[in-house]
Ligand binder design. Structure first.
Ligand code: NAD
Length: 297
């Protein structure tokens, strides 16, 4: 059997199209554009690439982008003052502080300063709590993107066995909460889990968010399962001096057994920015007190 490949790039393009339509509707109704502020401290090359593509995607969706680039030695108090100013700015609906921050800045303290209703990354403890108890809030972009792909593929997830590998606050834990809210029977596996292949073999849904290249093997997968590979790992390519991206799942092996699987790249990756735009637009509708048309994004 060869698994269907879940095209995250295509799904993300569709989502971005729906967001652009709704963003125009928001502007027509509110008289202003929905606004997303991104704060980058320092010159980390990967973060610079992410921030640039987030800014471009925001503008392409017809939303306002506010970029704040601060030098690496910016005092923590200055960063917190900027976040407070963005909290108070009515043109800013969503605030994203690009992580990692330089070592002298306390990430938890900075995130705690963001108004939870502008916390489009969903990292504030208030939003983690809202997710845990089933209140509306903001959910971290990557796991929400994974859930969208799963629901698009499977429809109802009710009663399915789901195994999430990884328990980070950014991916694994919120993914588990989302699947639980969809009435899956959820197992969260991690670095101390005993007999991981056996645990994964029970799963109708596997979400791998580990950061270990091709760790999940084809013979760990239950026949017909849906496999979502969050991992982004750079490894040496066959050609000397070149590198390539692989996921946390052995794609070739798992494709022989799974019903459907996300590729790396082109699976979960493109969903993250699309969901960020979605969260920013949802924030704009909520902050302006305008009802978002049901089931659109
Ligand atoms: P993390 O390092 O914070 O967490 C990794 C988790 O994997 C930990 O909970 C750990 O317990 C678990 N783990 C480590 N070794 C294990 C093992 N041998 N067996 C079972 N579990 C093990 O990482 P993260 O931030 O959650 O990211 C995970 C992966 O997802 C990384 O490859 C990262 O690059 C990728 N990622 C992708 C996106 C995207 O947009 N597609 C977004 C975020 C993260």
């Amino acid at each position: 059997m060869t698994a269907d490949v879940i095209d995250g790039k295509l799904f993300a393009e569709g989502l971005r199209g729906r967001i652009a339509t709704l963003a125009a509707e928001f502007t027509a109704q509110s008289g202003r554009k929905a606004g997303l502020a991104v704060v980058l401290v320092g010159e980390d090359p990967a973060s610079q690439v992410y921030v640039r593509s987030k800014g471009k995607a925001t503008l392409a969706a017809g939303m306002a982008s506010f970029e704040h680039r601060l030098p690496a030695d910016t005092p923590e108090a200055e960063l917190i003052a900027l976040v407070e100013a963005l909290n108070a700015d009515p043109a800013v609906d969503g605030i994203l502080v690009q992580l990692p921050l330089p070592a002298h800045c306390d990430e938890q303290k900075v995130i705690a300063t963001i108004n939870p209703d502008k916390d489009v990354d969903g990292f504030h403890v208030t939003n983690a709590g809202r997710l845990a108890v089933g209140q509306p809030g903001f959910v971290p972009c990557t796991p929400l993107g994974c859930l969208m792909l799963l629901k698009d593929r499977l429809g109802s997830l009710s009663g399915l066995d789901a195994v999430v590998i990884g328990r980070s606050n950014i991916v694994g834990k919120p993914m588990a909460q989302l699947l639980l809210a969809e009435s899956c029977t959820v197992t969260v596996a991690h670095s101390r889990t005993r007999n991981l292949p056996e645990v994964v073999r029970r799963a109708d849904i596997v979400v791998a968010a580990v950061g270990r290249p091709e760790m999940v093997k084809g013979d760990w997968i239950k026949p017909g399962a849906t496999v979502i590979d969050v991992g982004i790992n750079r490894v040496a390519a066959a050609e000397p001096g070149k590198t390539r991206l692989v996921g946390d799942v052995d794609f070739a092996g798992a494709s022989e057994v799974a019903g459907a699987i996300t590729p790396v790249p082109g699976g979960v990756g493109p969903m993250t920015i699309a969901v960020l735009l979605r969260n920013a637009l949802v924030a704009a509708f909520r902050n302006a007190g305008i009802t978002l048309p049901e089931g659109t994004i």
